[in-house]
Design a protein around this ligand. Structure first.
Ligand code: ZN
Length: 655
């Protein structure tokens, strides 16, 4: 493990908090140290308040921030004196603790301080870093873990047995640290949980973490438990997209809402799912307790969702004896699925969530594999994990959960997605929480997002369409919304001069490709948890064809009929099909400044006048069409199919 500290980079950050943010991001960059909101850091800074009094403020990572991207604003400033007084109490419930922390901050708008704030408070060092480093939890999730930690670190760390995170853990740590701290102490290991480092500077604390975790890695290497054999590449099978979509439908039903299902395509996950002892090693529990919130306690083995649900309900109904208060059961759907044929699949309420689950479990697999080589993977008991999964703070979150966006957990496919109306559709759907597969001949080269898959595709080529549908299903698990937008306008040509080649070319893209897409997507749309929805981008030309646009107008009319027949035939499959007829949408790739100017001149109008040449006198934008396409896929049009709605500012030839 290498230190990523860079003096010249660090020099750009002045002030104790800025350096705190910098070295926190260094931790966050290494996934084997910190995963998806795991880990937290702090710095204690002396400040003068409004009354001129000096006080020490504990700036600790706020919840909702990720170490990888944290900024100064992501740290919650809590008065240290109050934190230390809290630790003196005999008891304090977690909700009370959060309330005390929130009411003793110096900035009202700061995020809620980390649940591990008290741990940062009791460690008497300026900078404190805490991670759930893979190498450390690998060692602590084995038999005799305390002895192993002692072998690795000698008297450089204080060892704390497992206690659930929160007030009690802070008390135990405060006591043990005071009793056992020696002159060589540079860290604290929490068994089955993670590790703390600290120091008087940001660099010292950060590099202390690197050094401590490196020692755990060295130990694993010395025990021949570090390097894992390579699995062979050719063993990753093609996935049957309909069966994956069916599994997603069942998982969604168990969750009570649409879920994204991401298929991990790495050889290690596949090899893990195929281990002979997978039923034993995978059912022990997560590598560190807070993963239980994301991954649930155990993965589902195979594809029997109803069996998993029954087992989860049984687990919920045998809570630890001392849990007295009424708990609300979380949805019983699996988050991690291990199937010997397909490998590992991860489920989440959004693409980002599913991706986080997948990444966490990929790390869990390595932890389990290494701990097994070390003599056997052990996890916390079912009872201890239940306490974390159902602790008060998580239960409280359920009550104040905001309604998810309308297309949360749903998957949309948009053709012609890189520009104009298609691009605007992608944005409108992402904004509403969908995961989007965008197909385009020239896909947009933008930063990848977990919820957006941009693929190169000639939609008139059946092989390309099928291959890209496979990729979409691999990434998200199925298909709910289909926006057929790709089309071509070949330019103006009078019928007498229209060649068969041009006619065929226009029909191949505007009609044949859409028939292909409809046919290939139909079995997936049938499995959409909330019913499938198709929106076809038609044209004003269907009702009011234009001079010199024979091929275009005829092809769009054919597409329109295709959509209407689909609406007739697919109602029984709970799939709605509607058509939008835009006109005069000029902010697309088709319209250059010159074309616009020459068109306007033909009507003896200025360009702005030409753009608003409709009954309402408004300019129709790609975004207007996209917003309607998104709404037509939503609740507002839940009982509408086979409809055709114009977005054209009103056209007298149509009205
Ligand atoms: Zn922790």
């Amino acid at each position: 493990m290498q230190s990523l500290w860079d003096e010249s980079e660090a020099a750009r950050f002045s002030g104790e908090l800025a350096l705190r943010a910098y070295s926190s991001r260094l931790l966050g960059r290494d996934k084997s140290l910190v995963l998806h909101g795991g880990g937290n850091t702090s710095v204690k800074i002396n400040e003068r308040n409004l009354f001129g009094e000096e006080e020490t403020i504990l700036y600790v990572k706020g919840s909702g921030w990720d170490l990888e991207t944290i900024e100064e604003a992501g740290f919650s400033p809590v008065r240290l004196e109050h934190v230390l007084k809290l630790v003196q109490l005999d008891r304090l419930s977690d909700p009370q603790m959060v309330n005390e922390l929130r009411t003793h901050m110096t900035r009202a708008s700061a995020p809620t301080p980390s649940i591990e704030t008290l741990l940062h408070g009791i460690l008497p060092f300026k900078y404190v870093d805490h991670t759930h480093a893979d190498a450390v939890v690998t060692v602590t999730n084995t038999a005799n873990s305390a002895k192993r930690i002692r072998d690795i670190y000698g008297d450089c760390v204080v060892i704390v047995p497992y206690v659930m995170p929160g007030f009690d853990l802070a008390r135990v740590c405060a006591r043990l640290f005071a009793e056992e701290r020696g002159p060589k102490t540079i860290g604290m290991v929490l068994l089955n949980h993670g590790i703390f480092s600290f120091g008087e500077t940001a660099r010292e604390s950060y590099e202390g973490m690197i050094q401590l975790v490196s020692r755990a890695e060295e130990y694993l290497k010395a025990q021949e438990a570090w390097f894992l054999p390579d699995a062979t590449r050719d063993s990753v099978p093609a996935l049957p997209r309909i069966e994956i979509a069916r599994l997603r439908e069942e998982v969604s039903e168990a969750a009570g809402r649409p879920m994204i299902l991401n298929c991990a395509r790495d050889v290690r996950s596949l090899a893990f799912a195929r281990r002979e002892d997978v039923a034993a090693v995978s059912q022990r529990g997560p590598a560190t307790p807070d993963h239980v919130i994301r991954t649930k306690r155990v993965p589902m083995l195979g594809r029997d969702v109803s069996q998993y649900v029954r087992e989860y309900q049984a687990y919920f109904n045998r809570p630890p004896p001392h849990v007295r208060e009424q708990k609300t059961m979380l949805d019983p759907a699996p988050r991690v699925i291990l199937d010997p044929k397909w490998g590992m699949l991860a489920a989440g309420g959004s693409a980002a969530e599913a991706w986080a689950v997948s990444e966490i479990y990929q790390h869990t697999i390595e932890v389990i594999e290494r701990a097994t080589r070390l003599g056997g993977y052990q996890a916390l008991s079912e009872r201890e994990l239940f306490e974390v999964e159902y602790w008060d703070l998580e239960q409280a979150k359920l009550k104040r959960q905001e309604a998810p966006p309308p297309f949360a957990g749903e998957v949309a496919l948009v053709t012609g997605a890189a520009s104009g109306i298609g691009k605007a559709c992608v944005e409108a759907l992402l904004k509403r929480g969908a995961a989007v597969v965008g197909l385009d001949l020239h896909p947009a080269l933008e930063e990848s997002r977990p919820s957006l898959l941009q693929l190169r595709c000639d939609v008139s080529d059946p092989d390309q369409v099928r291959a890209n549908l496979d990729r979409g299903v691999e990434a998200f698990g199925g298909l709910d919304l289909l926006i057929l937008n790709a089309g071509i306008f070949p330019g103006t040509r009078e019928l007498a001069a229209l060649s068969n080649e041009e006619w065929d070319r226009v029909f191949r893209v505007n009609v044949d490709a859409n028939l292909l897409l409809l046919r290939e997507c139909h079995p997936l749309l049938k499995l959409a948890p909330k019913g499938g929805r198709v929106v076809v981008i038609g044209s004003k030309n269907v009702a009011a064809p234009g001079l010199g646009a024979a091929a275009y107008s005829a092809s769009k009319a054919a597409l329109n009929q295709l959509a209407r027949v689909a609406a007739l035939e697919w109602g029984k499959d709970n799939i709605r099909v509607n058509v939008i007829h835009p006109d005069a949408v000029f902010d697309t790739g088709l319209w250059t400044e010159e074309v616009l100017a020459s068109r306007a001149a033909r009507y003896q109008l200025s360009v702005p006048e030409y753009k608003k040449r409709n009954i309402l006198g408004v300019e129709v934008l790609s975004r207007d069409v996209a917003e309607l396409a998104a709404e037509m896929s939503g609740a507002l049009f839940a009982k509408t199919t086979g409809a055709q709605v114009p977005v054209d500012g009103g056209n007298e030839r149509i009205i």
